[in-house]
Design a protein around this ligand. Structure first.
Ligand code: ADP
Ligand code: MG
Length: 618
C-alpha cells in the first residue's frame, strides 16, 4: 500500500496551533499586551473596535524590532526569549513559546510597524493568513504597533462561535485588567470604538487597583505583606464586609503573571473563614514572588495555570499571612495561629507621638550633625566618623528603661574585644575591634567573640535613621539646613491633603515650609542629611507609602514618616563604604533599640559561630 502520511503545510499547522492560543479576541489582546511588556515598554495603548472582531491594535514604546526580527517574529517557534529548554526554568518574560504572532497571523490580517531606538526608519509588514503581502520601510516612532483585523476571517466556524460583543468585550477588559494590575509601573490606556475606556497612569499598586475598580475600592483594601524563604507575598485583600457575590475581584499573580489556582484560592477562603456572609467572595489582589525554578508555566498554552513544586507550603503561608493581615487591621475577631514575633511592629508610637514624650532623650545627640561624610557620594551624607567606643554610650540615654528585652537579646552578641579595653556595659559588653570588611558592597562583616557578625548595610542604616527620626519627631527638635533659594514643588489636591496630615511631623524632622497651599509647597529648609536634589523624590515616596497604608487602621503618621524617610535616605546595597563608615554603622546599629530588624521587620544581621565553621571543616 502506498505511503499516506504527509507533512502539513505551514499555514495549516499554524491554523491548528492558533486554535490553542487564540480562542477569542481577548486571547489576542493578552498575547500582544504581553509582548509589549516583554519589550520593556513604559506606555501601552490598546485600541479595540467591535469587541475586537474588527480591530485589535496595540501600540507600545518598547524596544521594537530590527528588519530581520520583524520578519522572523511571525515564524512558528521564533522567539527571542529562550534558547534552551533549561531557560524555561528561569523565565523573566511573559512569552517564550514563540507561537503567538505566528498563530495570530495565520487567522487574521496583521499589520506590523516597528522601529528600534537607534534606527532612522522602521519596518512595516502586512500578513494575511500567514502570507506576507507587503514589506516596506516606514517612518514610525520607536516601539511597535501591531494591528489585527478580521480575526478568524479564514475560519468561519470559529467566527460564528464568537459570543455577543458585550461578552467578548468583557473578556477583553478582563485580560486588560489582569495585565494592568500586574504592572502598575507601566501606563496603559484602552479605547473601544473610539472612546476611552481606561486611562491608567503609572502608579503604585494600590492606586492602580483604585484606578481600575473605582474610588470606592480604596477604603476596603487591607495590605498583605510577607516574606519567607520560599515565597514573597505583597498586595491587598478586601475587607470581609465588602465581599462580593461574584469572583470578579480575585487576582493571583505569580512573578507578575496572572494565574488561576483553585487551590490557592481555597487558602484565601480559609483565611476568611467565619468572616464572610454566605455566598460572599473575598476580593484579593495578591502578588506572589517565587524562584522561577520552583514553578512550571509550560503546562498550559495560555499560561494561566502553573505548577508549583511545593503547593502545600504556599497554601499555608498564604493562609496565615492573609489571616495575619485581617487580624492586624482588627478585622478578624480572634487569631488562632502562632504569630511570628518578627511580624509585629516593634514600635507603637500611637498616642505618644507629639504629646509629652515619656522618653528622655539626649538632646545633644544628633545623627545628622557633625562633619561631612568621607564618602564621595552625595546621598550618603550621614556622618560616619569613628568614635571612641565610650561616646556612643550617650546614645543609650533614656532608652535603657524601654529596651530591656532587646538589650537582653542582643547581649548574646558580644563583639570581640581588644585586650586592655574597658568593657562598656559590664557583662553585656559590646565592643568593636577595628576590623570590619565589606562584602560585595552589601554586607559588613565583623568578628565577634563567638564567631562572625554579618550585617546587611542597607537595612542596618534604615534602622539607624529610623530611630533617629523617631527621636527627632517625638522631641520636636531637629536641625534644619537653610536652602539658598526656596524650592517649589507642585502636588495634586489629593497629594496635598496627604501631605497636610504629615506637615507637622515633617517640620519636626527639619523641613521648613514657607507655603503649603493651592497645590504648591514651598520649602526653605530641609533636614541636614537630605540633599536638595532628592527632596521631591523623598516626598513622592512618602505619598506613595502613605497611600499603601490603610488610613483608618493603626496609622501613625510619625512612624510612617520615619519609615519612609529612612527608606529613602539609607545607604543602598551596592554602595562601597570606607572602614570608618562601616564601623560607625555597626556601632550605631547596636546603639539602636531594636538592632535586629529593619523598620520593615527584616533581619539586619546574622551571626555565625565558630562551631558552625568547625562543622564545615570536619
Ligand atoms: P514569544 O513572545 O513567545 O517570544 P511571540 O510570537 O509572541 O513569541 O513573539 C515573537 C518574537 O517577536 C518575540 O520573542 C519578540 O522578540 C518579538 N516581538 C513580538 N512583539 C514585540 C513587540 N511588541 N516589541 C518588540 N518585539 C516584539
Ligand atoms: Mg509573546
Amino acid at each position: 500500500m502506498a505511503d499516506i502520511i504527509q507533512l502539513l503545510p505551514d499555514h495549516v499547522a499554524n491554523q491548528i496551533a492558533a486554535g490553542e492560543v487564540v480562542q477569542r479576541p481577548a486571547s489576542v489582546v493578552k498575547e500582544l499586551l504581553e509582548n509589549a511588556i516583554d519589550a520593556e515598554s513604559t506606555n501601552i495603548k490598546l485600541i479595540v473596535k467591535d469587541a475586537g472582531k474588527t480591530l485589535i491594535q496595540i501600540i507600545d514604546d518598547g524596544k521594537g524590532m530590527s528588519v530581520t526580527d520583524a520578519r522572523l517574529s511571525f515564524e512558528r517557534h521564533a522567539t527571542s526569549k529562550i534558547r534552551t529548554a533549561e531557560d524555561l526554568f528561569s523565565l523573566n518574560t511573559k512569552g517564550f513559546r514563540g507561537e503567538a504572532l505566528a498563530s495570530i497571523a495565520a487567522i487574521a490580517h496583521v499589520e506590523l510597524k516597528t522601529k528600534q531606538e537607534q534606527d532612522e526608519l522602521g519596518t512595516q509588514i502586512e500578513i494575511e493568513g500567514s502570507e506576507v503581502k507587503t514589506q516596506d520601510v516606514v517612518v514610525t516612532p520607536k516601539g511597535t504597533s501591531l494591528a489585527v483585523k478580521h480575526l478568524f476571517f479564514n475560519i468561519p466556524a470559529r467566527r460564528n462561535f464568537l459570543k455577543s460583543n458585550n461578552v467578548e468585550l468583557r473578556h477583553i477588559v478582563d485580560e486588560f485588567h489582569r495585565v494592568a494590575l500586574a504592572h502598575p509601573d507601566i501606563a496603559f490606556v484602552m479605547f473601544h470604538n473610539g472612546s476611552e475606556s481606561f486611562n491608567l497612569p503609572k502608579s503604585n499598586y494600590r492606586q492602580r487597583i483604585v484606578n481600575i475598580f473605582g474610588g470606592k475600592t480604596k477604603e476596603k483594601l487591607v495590605p498583605v505583606e510577607e516574606e519567607t524563604e520560599v515565597l514573597k507575598i505583597s498586595g491587598f485583600v478586601g475587607k470581609p464586609e465588602f465581599a462580593r457575590k461574584t469572583r470578579t475581584e480575585q487576582f493571583f499573580f505569580v512573578n507578575n503573571r496572572f494565574i488561576k489556582s483553585a487551590y490557592l484560592n481555597h487558602a484565601i477562603n480559609a483565611a476568611f473563614e467565619g468572616l464572610l456572609k454566605d455566598g460572599g467572595h473575598p476580593s484579593y489582589f495578591l502578588n506572589l514572588t517565587v524562584d522561577p525554578k520552583t514553578i512550571d508555566i509550560n503546562i498550559h498554552p495560555t499560561k494561566t495555570e502553573i505548577k508549583f513544586d511545593d503547593e502545600h507550603t504556599l497554601y499555608a503561608i498564604i493562609r496565615s499571612s492573609v489571616k495575619h493581615s485581617l487580624g492586624q487591621f482588627n478585622i478578624a475577631p480572634v487569631l488562632d495561629f502562632d504569630r511570628d514575633k518578627n511580624l509585629d511592629t516593634p514600635y507603637n508610637y500611637e498616642g505618644k507621638r507629639v504629646s509629652n514624650p515619656s522618653v528622655e532623650v539626649d538632646r545633644s545627640f544628633n545623627p545628622f550633625q557633625e562633619e561631612k561624610s568621607p564618602s564621595k557620594s552625595g546621598s550618603f551624607s550621614t556622618p560616619y566618623k569613628k568614635e571612641p567606643a565610650s561616646q556612643w554610650e550617650s546614645l543609650y540615654v533614656g532608652l535603657e528603661s524601654k529596651g530591656t528585652k532587646t538589650t537582653q537579646e542582643f547581649s548574646e552578641i558580644q563583639l570581640e574585644s581588644e585586650p586592655g579595653n574597658e568593657p562598656l556595659f559590664n557583662e553585656n559588653s559590646i565592643e568593636v575591634k577595628q576590623t570590619t570588611y565589606q562584602l560585595h558592597n552589601k554586607y559588613i562583616i565583623s568578628t565577634i567573640k563567638s564567631g562572625i557578625l554579618i550585617i546587611d548595610q542597607q537595612r542596618a542604616h534604615q534602622r539607624v535613621l529610623y530611630e533617629g527620626l523617631l527621636k527627632h519627631t517625638t522631641v520636636k527638635e531637629a536641625v534644619s539646613q537653610q536652602l539658598l533659594f526656596p524650592l517649589q514643588l507642585q502636588f495634586s489636591s489629593s497629594e496635598m491633603e496627604l501631605l497636610q496630615q504629615l506637615k507637622e511631623d515633617l517640620e519636626h524632622t527639619g523641613f521648613v515650609f514657607s507655603k503649603f497651599e493651592g497645590g504648591i509647597i514651598e520649602i526653605t529648609g530641609v533636614p541636614v542629611n537630605v540633599p536638595e536634589s532628592e527632596v521631591s523624590i523623598i516626598l513622592e515616596q512618602l505619598i506613595s507609602d502613605v497611600e499603601q497604608e490603610v488610613p483608618d487602621s493603626n496609622f501613625s503618621s510619625t512612624d510612617l514618616l520615619a519609615k519612609s524617610l529612612s527608606k529613602s535616605l539609607a545607604i543602598k546595597t551596592g554602595q562601597s563604604l570606607t572602614n570608618m563608615e562601616q564601623e560607625h554603622l555597626l556601632n550605631s546599629l547596636f546603639a539602636c533599640k531594636e538592632p535586629s530588624v529593619s523598620p520593615t521587620n527584616r533581619t539586619t544581621f546574622i551571626t555565625m559561630n565558630v562551631d558552625d565553621f568547625d562543622k564545615k571543616f570536619m
